[in-house]
Design a binder for this molecule. Structure first.
Ligand code: KG4
Ligand code: ZN
Length: 339
């Protein structure tokens, strides 16, 4: 039987709808970005985000259906993100998905946004199966999660303060590079100075030996460093690339340690920061040294998208699972944590 599922994602500032068909193939993946609406505020404004979702959701779903050439009567299920994220944003996609599933009398499946990012490399790589280690790095999260052979999620490390993407965005703001900061810092870093000539920012390490992250120290170190200097092109280049060096070092070090501890031979990298060139290359190189293989998605599946939500929903649907129609939006949902 061909299983066709519609996925909806609206947890933050992107409204997205996607259709997955036979074998999990992506038939369409439409993303409506609100970046322009939030740029002048230097970050996402929750109230503006939810109002944009309300306007965008219907046309985006229509566009996804049309591009995939699928009729509503052919849908087997509807999946939507139910957390974590902004309450007003989550509620738009969640309510839309529930209403659609109810009206078509098909299953509704609530998906954890981080679970979507975690499995996102599988959209383009068939045959990845647990056990594996996941590193999800986005604007709101920096999580190391082990997925065992029974597909249980075991949290290994997380950030204790800022997420990696949040640090990229805040440092970019200090350097006047605009919002979001990750892509700007990434491209500037490609014209960086040789290693020996770069500034070295501190790398946070937990004194209790845990694999948790902390990115607020480096953010403050950069702000202090910049306050004492003139922000000319050469300083911006140095600070941006030295900051990226430090964040990549921290992300890769803990992830590799987690792979050694869990003996994972497969590492899945997902989330907006997974689009970072240096992170991809460094993690791949270090993983190779310990005999592990890294999978990451193409940039369009790194940042928020509904295809990854549909992917997780489709797996669940094929196992005969569904969610109740009174499923609540969970702003602080945490993968692997029991409520
Ligand atoms: O996954 P995502 O689209 O949204 C959240 O779930 O948070 O991630 C957005 C984050 C932003 O902080 C953005 O600056 C960062 O991902 N990002 C990057 C790159 N592209 C996006 N960070 C570093 N390098 C990039 N190339
Ligand atoms: Zn995300």
């Amino acid at each position: 039987m061909v299983v066709i599922i519609l996925g909806i994602e609206s947890s933050c500032d992107d409204t997205s709808a996607a259709l997955l068909g036979e074998g999990g193939r992506v038939l369409s993946n439409i993303v409506s970005s609100q970046i322009e609406a939030h740029r002048k505020f230097g970050g996402v404004v929750p109230e503006i985000a939810s109002r944009h979702h309300i306007e965008a959701i219907s046309p985006i779903v229509e566009e996804a259906m049309n591009q995939a050439d699928v009729r509503y009567k052919d849908l087997n299920g509807v999946a939507a993100t139910y957390g974590p994220g902004l309450a007003g944003s989550l509620l738009v996609g969640l309510s839309f998905a529930k209403a659609l599933a109810y009206s078509l009398n098909i299953p509704f499946i609530g998906v954890d946004h981080i679970e979507g990012h975690l499995w996102s490399p599988c959209l383009e790589n068939e045959g990845i199966a647990p056990p594996f280690l996941g590193l999800v790095v986005s604007g709101g999260h920096s999580d190391i999660i082990y997925v065992d052979e029974e597909e249980r999620y075991i949290p290994i490390g997380r950030t204790r303060d800022d997420a990696a993407g949040e640090a990229f965005d805040k440092v970019a703001k200090v350097l006047n590079l605009g919002y979001p900061g990750g892509p700007a810092i990434d491209s500037i870093s490609q014209r960086r100075r040789p290693r020996g000539e770069r500034t070295r920012f501190p790398r946070a390490r937990m004194s209790d030996g845990s694999l948790d992250y902390s990115f607020s120290g480096i953010k403050t170190a950069v702000a202090t460093y910049v306050r004492e200097r003139k922000l000319d092109e050469s300083t911006v280049e140095d600070v941006a690339s030295s900051f990226q060096d430090a964040v990549v070092d921290m992300l890769v070090r803990n992830c590799i340690r987690a792979a050694e501890d869990t003996r994972a031979k497969t590492i899945l990298l997902g989330g907006g920061v997974a689009a970072n060139t240096q992170l991809r290359q460094t993690l791949e190189g270090r993983a190779k040294e310990i005999g592990a293989k890294v999978y990451y998605p193409s940039p369009k599946y790194c940042t928020d998208n509904a295809a990854m939500i549909a992917f997780v929903g489709r797996r669940r649907l094929m196992r005969g699972e569904k969610s109740p129609l009174n499923l609540k939006a969970e702003t602080t949902l945490r993968l692997g944590r029991k409520f």
